[in-house]
Design a binder for this molecule. Structure first.
Ligand code: FMN
Length: 234
């Protein structure tokens, strides 16, 4: 039968539009099904100290990089916070080669000791502060390479950025936001951007201006708040 014939068929008795009208039930509506069991909601999603665990992740490994000095400054500023446990995680310590795992990260079928150590470390945290430099208008390859190793370890967590460059590392962070979206990491809007011209002496010694240094606390406030929230859905 052609489509035209199917659509142009006349209704038979008992199959009129009126008889096909939906029957309105008089039965009482069922209570909505709870998606998350109540017991899970009342459990402490942050475990341990009850504080969100935040990693400050360096984004470089080259000798002479200023990255670690920026990361250490961030640690010094936030270490005294009473609402988060903060740890500096230096990417250079993991000696990750250019991605050399046989399976995509989603399989979590890691073959190499360096990957397993990196996976275990990232799994410890509820949120991340990435310290980001800008190379060729994007994030440096050491950080993006390290991110490519993992997937589930990042999912449903949160991130914020401290970046630097001639334009404050803004372009690098925009690209990182795309990568983090794919890894299902929520990234806060507030952003800390240091200028190579104003926040570094001779482009090498980190001496942040008061104005830019003052943008760190509001970013971390937002990050910690989101870290607590996202812990409830993992
Ligand atoms: C390969 C390369 C590319 C760079 N491209 C940019 C760039 O696109 N934008 C920028 O602001 N700075 C750029 N820079 C300058 C770096 O931001 C600056 O050297 C900074 O100190 C690098 O960070 P690091 O010390 O952590 O390596 C580039 C540097 C290198 C080595």
């Amino acid at each position: 039968m052609s489509w035209f014939k199917i659509f142009s068929r006349k209704s038979k008795p008992g199959h009129s539009a009126a008889s096909a009208a939906p029957v309105v039930s008089t039965a009482p509506a069922k209570a909505p099904v709870a998606v998350v069991p109540e017991a899970a909601l009342s459990a402490d999603p942050l475990k341990g100290s009850g504080l969100p665990r935040i990693a400050i992740i360096t984004g470089a490994s080259r000798p002479g990089s200023v990255n670690k000095s920026v990361a250490e400054w961030v640690l010094a500023q936030v270490a005294g916070r009473s609402d988060a446990d903060v740890e500096l995680v230096d990417i250079a310590d993991f000696n990750l080669p250019l991605l050399d795992e046989a399976y995509p990260a989603a399989y979590q079928n890691y073959q190499n000791a360096a990957t397993k150590a990196w996976s275990a470390k990232i799994s410890e945290f509820d949120g991340f502060i990435f310290v980001v430099h800008e190379y060729n208008h994007t994030a440096g390859p050491v950080l993006t390479n390290a991110m490519s190793y993992l997937n589930a370890e990042f999912n449903d967590k949160v991130a914020g950025f401290v970046s630097y460059g001639s334009a404050g590392g803004a372009r690098a962070v925009e690209h990182l936001r795309e990568i983090l979206s794919e890894l299902q990491v929520a990234h806060v809007r507030n952003q800390v951007m240091f200028s190579l011209f104003n926040d570094f002496e001779n482009f090498s010694e980190f001496k942040p201006t008061e104005q830019n240094a003052g943008t760190l606390a509001p970013m971390v406030d937002q990050l910690v708040s989101w870290a607590k929230g996202f812990a409830t859905i993992r």
